[in-house]
Design a protein around this ligand. Sequence first.
Ligand code: NAD
Ligand code: TDX
Length: 359
Amino acid sequence: MTTIDRTVLVTGGAGFIGTNFIRHVLETRPDWHVVNLDWLTYAGNNKNFKSLPADWGERYTFVHGNICDSQLLETLFTRYRFDGIFHFAAESHVDRSITSPEAFIETNVLGTFRLLEASLNMWERGGRPNDFRFLHVSTDEVYGSLGEEGYFSEETAYDPSSPYSASKAGSDHLAKAYHRTFGLPVLVTNCSNNYGPYQFPEKLIPLMILNIVEQKPLPVYGDGHNVRDWLYVIDHCSALLHVFEKGRLGETYNIGGNSERRNIDVVRLLCDIVDKRLERCGDDVSQNLITFVKDRPGHDRRYAIDAGKLRQELGWQPHYQFEDALKETVNWYLDHPDWINDVRSGEYRQWIEKNYSKR
Ligand code: NAD
Ligand code: TDX
């Protein structure tokens, strides 16, 4: 029997980062019980938690539900009286926010509001416990686009470009307002692009890995010179725990990987890694599949994070090196064909057709 010291709610825990985060917490925090509330949209996959080690299983509870459902939240908050909340649930894909923005407003803005309301009610009813924390997980995209120079700091003005980043910006403002107005113990993190296992193959890195394996065209938007600051997902998870356990209330912390890369360079590197692993050479090299396609509207040119505050105040820095962790990520996708077949449902095929057929 495990002794439970803390019960935390993770929203969106069946998605990419949430799955890695829950697995990381069950491994590193043996006295935590995790309740995962997930609506299981196309991006959520409950099979990520099948066959957990026995002592993990008894510390993990899955609840199928929507963060916009106030009644469900009330029932859950009354039942578990959470010691903390890690709020990941979101619509997360920029391209989908361009074709179908409404779900982004629903989940990212309204859902975050409903979750804040439920948290505030529970926190007030419990006598405003000192050690409760609401950690709102957000993105560097709220800051808009950088030119060739400079970095996003916590003081950079918000300037979102897409319906996705605008909806995340709205949710960040709500979370901070609940701290300033009501005193709710809120923390906000803004993180750069993640990569690693369990990422849905609509995002650049897993999409390219799967297309390279199947020798399909590799659709690079625009000139491929857009820059992202890549962070291995487990580094993001460890940063979130640092902020949750040591962060100053009401503060924002930027999280980044010090790994700025142009998209075209990431795609070329993926071609080399996959080709090597599959022992392809000569005329078969996958770089031949690179196809420049019509750009994403409002495409941010460059993201780069200054994570100095997190390093200096809380002693966190990334552990994984981009090229090494990218190889591990490729290995994970090549070693998990069942997971890939599972997530590439009819809905996935429709998305690929919708986003790429007319580019
Ligand atoms: P994801 O799309 O892989 O997963 C989102 C999860 O949320 C899915 O399991 C989905 O079923 C669930 N969900 C969606 N709507 C819901 C609702 N209404 N109620 C309950 N659950 C719902 O996303 P991700 O890449 O894991 O991102 C997680 C969080 O981290 C998001 O808030 C995102 O903005 C943020 N973030 C992501 C990145 C990145 O590179 N992926 C970087 C910085 C920040
Ligand atoms: O087919 C593609 N071709 C291409 O050139 C896709 C899917 C993407 N791209 C480019 C667009 C971006 O410059 O690659 C870069 C990365 O694209 P995405 O993987 O869609 O990520 P991005 O738009 O940068 O947003 C991601 O990081 C921040 C996550 O999806 C967000 O949830 C997170 O907040």
